[in-house]
Design a protein around this ligand. Structure first.
Ligand code: ADP
Length: 667
């Protein structure tokens, strides 16, 4: 076994690999960019080497720098993680040349599977079922058009070198083919440097089912069952699970056998995934093979009780596979949700900023959190905005779903927009709960998943007000203890005023809804009133924002975090973001950012979310401003037309600057 390995990656996967290496007594070397100097993977590793500036192409993607770091630290092998250089032939070859072990398949297997067309040709030879289509070399537009006509619409045009859901075009009818082909080729050339495409039958309501395979250098190949990754948005996975619902043992064996054949056809060694697209009737076709560890590998680990990184390390050091096919078993059900810094309500726009509060659910035999960040870390614009992978396990799918809902409800993130509430709705949505799965689920269930947000329940405002009052009284208490006149009435937080009644108003805002909570001070509680409802409130607030609430004798647990003029109220599985309005500055911070066309505070324009001249709906994102380490989306105040943007991406803007010239549509 190796004594020291280098991990050519960052984020959660680098941390994940370090964890297993440490357990096996293997020393680890992290590499990092300038932006990651304090990143969690750097903190966890035994050693770390700076490899360049923030931009990945100048750091994590520079083969020579990574090889040099391995040599300088005496690492014997390199784990590439996923993404970055994990499927890069040149990198794999460079490792070989320099006498470093690449923890992955041989370069010939990466090459064979690098092109979707070449892979399909190979699989055809190995007798693996293929999606009907054309994957030959003739790229003449008219020829491809005739192929598409013969396949029958709808068809999918795919970049042979594509990946990550990019470089695909759906064509519904013949007359759209030529234009779609040209646009697909343009994207393929610019994203992958190769405009070769293939044409496939578009499968209606398909499921994405993939098989985990493992090979060793002794000629053994096994499959570790399947994962269902049908729940996607824009062809990117959102929720994954194992085993696949409604999978029969016969079909599992057939898919497993096809995947093992596929791996054998390319002399596969190490962890790999053979992706299939499956019809609702269960018939399946080879889609592609990923020659690395997948993001969603933990669900396989949870149902098999195995550590796939340990297997990778054993295989790479020449050991045979730890188990044979007959020894592998499925136990229970696992689900994974990808927690992202993104805003589902704004087209899943990525969000960046500091994680001012981060409290994941407690880990246990049932709950696992794979992450590359901790509280106070930044989600930077340089890399994938993933916060964590949340993985749960239980004896069956229903119980795993319940675990997932609870774990999501316990997950608290403040500082960046995130998809936790969206994931909760997705997990709870009847179609998902009933395992009515296909890749169109999110689109089809959008009314359920993106509800028109109703008004904030009064209780949420009461909780926010109570937290405010408890925080004040705590602060006043601390202050008094340090003061030379601890008994001064000016330290009291019981609402006492000279010549005034003990009553005041706390103002909050949520979207356009403004809430004035009237507070009266009782001897050991507060009387809170809002919208004609009054409650007696008491509670205890801890320094992490955990709040035990008692509203008229009804007990609740909540978390209230104050950050940048906002109050994040987490209660009963839901997160509400309220703006705390200072009545003396009625323009307010925080809540004023949405809807206006002027900069709510000084900042930098980081993206234009629409085109000049475009006609947009009310609420459509127009421009994104970064200010105070937070993203603020300037949205259309009404349906209308974008006349002009006053600034470009990268420009600094002053407080109150007009950002967009906007013309509301005539009513
Ligand atoms: P990438 O390499 O970009 O991930 P894939 O070939 O793996 O591309 O396809 C990604 C997703 O696109 C699949 O999971 C599936 O949702 C969808 N898809 C791919 N091929 C087809 C097809 N022939 N019919 C319908 N959907 C497809």
């Amino acid at each position: 076994m190796f004594e020291k390995i280098l991990i050519a990656n960052r984020g959660e996967i680098a941390c994940r690999v370090i964890k297993t290496a440490r357990r096996m007594g293997i020393k680890t070397v992290a590499v990092y960019s300038e932006a990651d100097a304090n990143a969690r993977h750097v903190r966890l590793a035994d050693e770390a080497v700076l490899i360049g500036p923030a931009a990945a192409r100048e750091s994590y993607l520079v083969v020579e720098r990574i090889i040099a770091a391995a040599k300088a630290t005496g690492a014997q092998a390199i784990h590439p993680g996923y993404g970055f250089l994990s499927e890069n032939e040149d990198f794999c070859e460079a490792c070989e040349r320099e006498g470093l072990v690449f923890i992955g398949p041989p370069v010939s297997a990466i090459r064979a599977m690098g092109s979707k067309s070449e892979a399909k040709k190979l699989m055809e030879g190995a007798g693996v079922p293929l999606t009907p289509g054309y994957h030959g070399d003739d790229q003449d537009p008219d020829f491809l058009h005739r192929q598409a006509d013969a396949i029958g619409y709808p068809v999918l045009i795919k970049a042979a070198a594509g990946g990550g859901g990019k470089g695909m075009r759906l064509v519904e009818k013949g007359e759209d083919f030529i234009a779609a082909l040209a646009s697909c080729k343009r994207e393929a050339a610019s994203s992958f440097g190769d405009d070769h495409v293939l044409v496939e039958k578009y499968i209606l309501r398909p499921r994405h089912i993939e098989i985990q395979v493992f090979g060793d250098t002794h000629g053994n190949v096994v499959y570790l069952f399947e994962r269902d990754c049908s729940v996607q948005r824009r062809h990117q996975k959102v929720l994954e699970e194992a085993p696949a619902p409604r999978m029969t043992p016969e079909r599992r064996a057939a898919m497993g056998k096809a995947a093992v054949e596929a791996a054998k056809a390319v002399g596969y060694v190490g962890a790999g995934t053979v992706e299939f697209i499956a019809n609702q009737d269960g018939s399946f076709y080879f889609m592609e093979m990923n020659t690395r560890l997948q993001v969603e590998h933990p669900v396989t680990e949870m149902i098999t009780g195995l550590d796939l990184v340990e297997w990778q390390l054993r295989v790479a050091s020449g050991e045979p596979l730890p188990l044979a096919q007959e020894q592998l078993q499925i136990r229970g059900h696992a689900l994974e949700a990808r927690i992202y810094a993104e805003d589902p309500a704004k087209g899943f726009l990525p969000s960046t900023g500091k994680l001012v509060h981060l409290a994941p659910p407690a880990e246990s035999l049932h709950v696992r959190v794979d992450t590359g960040v901790e509280e106070c870390d930044e989600i930077s614009p340089h890399y994938d905005p993933m916060i964590a992978k949340l993985i749960v396990w239980d004896v069956n799918r229903d119980r795993a779903l319940a675990r997932m809902l609870q774990a999501l409800a316990d997950y608290r993130v403040v500082g960046v927009a995130n998809n936790i509430d969206f994931l909760s709705r997705l997990t709870a949505c009847p179609a998902f709960a009933n395992a009515d799965l296909d890749t169109g689920l999110i689109e089809r269930e959008k009314d359920y998943l993106f509800p028109q947000e109703a008004a904030v329940p009064a209780e949420v405002f009461f909780i926010a007000a109570l937290a405010e009052l408890l925080r004040e009284s705590e602060f006043a208490g601390k202050h008094a203890r340090r003061d030379s006149h601890p008994a001064s009435p000016w330290h009291e937080r019981d609402g006492w005023r000279l010549n005034a009644t003990a009553q005041r108003v706390l103002l909050f805002r949520w979207q356009e809804q403004e809430a004035a909570v009237t507070v009266s001070y009782l001897p050991d509680a507060y009387r809170l009133s809002f919208n004609g409802r009054s409650v007696t409130a008491r509670g205890e607030l801890n320094p992490r924002g955990l709040l035990r609430v008692d509203l008229d004798g009804k007990r609740l647990d909540a978390t209230v975090i104050a950050a940048a003029g906002r109050r994040h109220v987490f209660v009963q599985g839901h997160a509400w973001v309220l703006a705390a309005v200072d009545p003396l500055h009625h323009t307010g911070e925080g809540g004023g950012a949405e809807g206006g066309l002027v900069a709510p505070m000084p900042g930098k324009v980081i993206a234009l979310a629409a085109a000049e001249g475009a006609t947009v709906e009310k609420g459509a994102p127009l421009l994104i401003l970064e200010a105070m380490k937070m993203e603020h989306t300037i949205t259309a105040p009404a349906a209308g037309t974008i006349k002009a943007f006053r600034f470009s991406v990268g420009d600094q803007v002053g407080d109150g600057a007009e950002l967009v010239e906007f013309e509301p549509a005539a009513a």
